[in-house]
Design a protein around this ligand. Structure first.
Ligand code: FES
Length: 497
């Protein structure tokens, strides 16, 4: 976000008609729109805010097929052929970025690097060995190593060759320009608020305009129109990132991840003065959880312990959704539709999967079925695979839905809220989310999430209201930052309550 210009595509100001409307301008939506334009379709893309500036703008952008320990999991749940299709589909997506960047001459800092999942503890070695076996069986160039470029010892790691890292906004903004130059239309600050699945379909915007299209793609990270009830099959999580310059000679030259220490992920990127920007991710937590500041401190301490002397110049947070069976949902949205498509549940691996989603959805819409169509089909529902995770998830949601209502307020009165702090307060029998700014001004909104009614919690590190049920996020003025909620929290007049 800091090294690319802001975009300024216009908002939609009238009714229009097209072949396909794509809702959501992150990597999945932009790649879908671009692939459809390549295939000769007329495309309209609408984005509630700015393109490539939501989750995609804050990714750490590993373009890798090694998704922690996915191959053993997919092999065990879906069988070895599914693991092979997973690897094949993800690798060809990596190659798609390289090919498109080369063809369009996009300088997106694409660098070929190996990818590693490592364990510092010998206790994690069995899982690493199993992943090497599963990834090798899936057709990837995987090996077990004990030496990595990291400046600390590991007990073992799986290394997969020929992966990549890049600057996603440089890539995607160029894709958007190319799409627009070829007649595709992009509308920013255009929130889609209604979907009528007719023949044709109609998408309605917040401003009351309509887009009529034969087909609709919902690519809003967490789907805003959840016709497939995917909210019951996905879990949101937030993750923190810190970044700072390191001397180029200390570059570990790879992309790395471990499940230890509440997840740590490491990569570097080109930076000024011949240095590299070290990017460290980790400390995942459920949105709406207390203690985010402490998570930042832990992550910063880890980065500076493992890469001594690194000044932290950037920090940010990002959000992922993971499906119950860990395989993304890409394809027709629900059993009754051949017109509405979805891409979601990327589990933190949205770069290769977002590109893959664009290819897969464009293929389905134009009448072909890639071999990995069934693997990613959102309509799959295998209770043997998903029931455990779904039940746990729903128990957690039910706990929040009921428990947070019965819980006494965080504070008794708005007078107990200090400067730059927020809390849920009962005012006139109603749960209100109240934030006090540094000047003492109060900003109060309903604490009832506009998705399905759970009570939001305050994130003290990011000054935002977050819903612990499905991860919706709101600004202190109630505006939607992150779905599935699609309408703002209503304003509350504290003085009159
Ligand atoms: Fe579902 Fe809030 S995100 S109830």
């Amino acid at each position: 976000m800091d090294t690319t210009a802001a975009t300024s595509y216009p908002a939609l100001t009238g009714d229009i008609e097209t072949d396909v409307v794509v809702v959501g301008g992150g990597i999945a939506g932009l790649c879908t729109a671009w692939e459809l334009t390549e295939a000769g379709q007329r495309v309209v893309l609408v984005e509630a805010d700015r393109i490539a500036a939501g989750v995609t703008g804050y990714t750490t952008a590993k373009l890798s097929v090694l998704h922690t320990l996915i191959y053993a999991r997919v092999r065990d749940s879906f069988g070895p052929e599914a693991a092979r299709l997973y690897g094949e589909s993800q690798q060809q997506a990596v190659e798609r970025v390289a090919a498109v960047a080369s063809r369009l001459d996009i300088d997106c800092e694409l660098e070929r690097v190996p990818a590693y999942t490592y364990s510092e503890s010998p206790d994690g070695l069995d899982a690493i060995r199993d992943e090497v076996a599963a990834a090798t069986e899936a057709g990837l160039a995987a090996s077990l190593v004990t030496e990595t470029g990291l400046p600390f010892p590991v007990a073992g790691a799986i290394r997969v060759e020929n992966q990549a890292q890049f600057h996603p906004r440089k890539y995607l903004l160029a894709l958007a320009e190319d799409l627009a130059a070829r007649g595709g239309q992009i509308f920013e600050r255009t929130r889609a608020t209604g979907l009528d699945e007719g023949d044709p379909c109609t998408v309605t915007t917040e401003a009351g305009h309509t887009i009529t299209a034969r087909q609709v793609v919902i690519a809003t990270h967490y789907p805003v129109f959840d016709r497939g009830l995917l909210f019951a099959r996905m879990e949101p999580r937030r993750e923190l990132v810190v970044a700072g310059p390191i001397p180029a000679e200390l570059d570990p030259q790879g992309v790395f991840i471990t499940t230890e220490h509440n997840t740590r992920s490491v990569r570097t990127a080109p930076y000024r003065d011949g240095q590299r920007l070290l990017i460290v991710t980790g400390e995942h937590f459920t949105p709406g959880t207390d203690g985010v500041v402490e998570h930042w401190e832990k992550l910063t301490a880890w980065a500076q312990d493992r890469f001594p002397g690194t000044p932290i110049e950037y920090r940010w947070a990002t959000q992922d959704n993971t499906s119950a069976d860990k395989v993304p949902f890409i394809g027709r949205f629900h059993p009754g539709t051949s017109r509405v498509y979805v891409a979601t549940g990327f589990g933190g691996w949205g770069m290769s999967t977002g590109v893959l989603a664009g290819q897969l959805l464009a293929a389905l819409i134009t009448g072909t079925e890639p071999p990995w169509t069934r693997l990613y089909d959102p309509r799959r529902l295998n209770l043997a695979r998903e029931a455990g995770s779904m039940l746990k998830l729903q128990a957690k949601v039910a706990g929040h839905f009921v428990g947070d209502r019965l819980r006494p307020s965080h504070v008794d009165s708005v007078d107990d809220i200090g400067p730059d702090a927020g809390a849920v307060v009962r005012i006139g029998g109603r749960h209100c989310a109240v934030y006090r700014d540094d000047a003492g001004g109060l900003h109060a909104v309903s604490a009832r999430c506009t998705h399905l009614g759970c009570i939001v919690h305050f994130n003290d590190a990011e000054t935002a209201w977050e819903c612990p049920c499905h991860g919706s996020r709101f600004g202190i003025d109630g505006s939607v930052i992150q779905g599935p909620a699609n309408t703002p929290l209503s304003q509350v007049d504290v003085a009159r309550s």
